[in-house]
Ligand binder design. Sequence first.
Ligand code: AMP
Ligand code: ZN
Length: 497
Amino acid sequence: MRNELKIYNTLSRKKEAFSALNPPYVGMYVCGPTVYNHVHLGNVRTFMSFDIIFRYLTFLGYKVRYVRNITDVGHLENDGDTGEDKIAKKAKLDNLEPMEVVQKYTNDFHQVMSMFNAWPPSIEPSATGHIIEQIEAVKFLLEKGFAYEVNGSVYFDVNTYNEKHHYGKLSGRVLEELMAGERELDGQDEKRNKADFALWKKASPEHIMRWNSPWGQGFPGWHLECTVMSTKYLGESFDIHGGGMDLKFPHHECEIAQSVASYAAEPAKFWIHTNMLTVNGQKMSKSLGNSFLPEQLVKGDHPLLDQAYSPMTVRFFMLQSHYASTLDFSNEALKAAQKGFKRIINGLRIIKQIEYPLIDEGSTLNEPVVEQIKQLCQQCHDAMNDDFNTAMTIGHLSNLLKKINAIHTKTLAVEELGLESFNLLKDTYISFLEDVLGLQEENSIDAEQLMQSVLQMYRIAKTERQYDKVDLIRAELKAQGIILKDMKSGVDWAYEE
Ligand code: AMP
Ligand code: ZN
């Protein structure tokens, strides 16, 4: 199965067969969030897409080292080389230490990702934890002649790079057009060319996040952290680099230039870019004011939301589209996803409870059904092997679900499957849902309300003098560590002490 995985490589613009550089190990680097704000649902979609990729590679037997960074310095407003640092700006606004801002939104990010049942990465390095390495990387680029210093800042020399290499190959941009097209920005006169980008920036007196360097006090450029941290933890060349497609340019283009200039090596064999979550066809983004926070979704607390949706419903909704397609948010689609998720998860509960009979009554195999199950299970693998197509996989799982429901309603005898295809059905359904897609049963039952229903049944049984029922309810609850108390005020319950 392993060799059949194909991935759309945004660098070659082709679907290519995946093979690891150093099997069974796979190195994957994904650009993480800039932790100056709550992540919105669009961000979640991107990180969930990489969670699926992480899970599926692991499912295939690879030992994946998944590195996802935390950007906590250097990401300036407008993704450019001027303007305020996003973290520092927020710190000033909220009267906090920059690291308090970083910690707060890192915690928030972790909590959100775990709510959506995403696996944590193997390593989560932060930019401020790698200032020394970034200074070394700048020195190296200066020595190699791909960078120059002006007034305490160091810039990457895109023109020199482009003489030997191709700046723009990932995003399809042409350097001449970039140099002609970019508008003048404050402070850009320092640069030799408009397309050059900062590796190290001099800190102005009011800039609060600053470190000593050979060029004076300053801070690293945004693109450099990912080159430095991916190289440190995955090597100069590794298997997969990913992020949302809005990071292709300039961020990833600059990363490629920094790596190729430093090591004469392509950093990543495969580049994967995820598409955007949109609202009425527009990218969900904080600045457009059309974003919602995961918490608002779960509480139904937003003007665009008709109701609340559970995290697993939202996960299912997102997985119903391929990561490379845009996904438009709508209440209708979420409601349909809610139904679909419940259907598929009921199947999970059912199949977990069905055991193949110990003594086979000798019923004959239903060959067509056995063949269908084999095919459907293979199709689940094929769909994931086809560039992680979760939408198709869910379709095949829904067809497997029909067989599970047929067994449940006894329109299909489990023995007709034979032990082998029964095990195949059970293993495939459970492992694709839980391990690959990361979907799980949600405990949406309110225990207190459930207890009130049981107490009501108990009261009725008592009034009707059905003492066998009364005893049964008492015994069942006692087995759960709960005792019933007949009090003057009525019936109540307590944990058995
Ligand atoms: P940021 O913290 O802004 O760098 O964003 C973190 C990640 O979320 C990046 O990979 C972005 O490409 C991605 N992202 C931002 N907006 C959306 C969106 N509307 N849909 C999907 N991914 C997004
Ligand atoms: Zn990055």
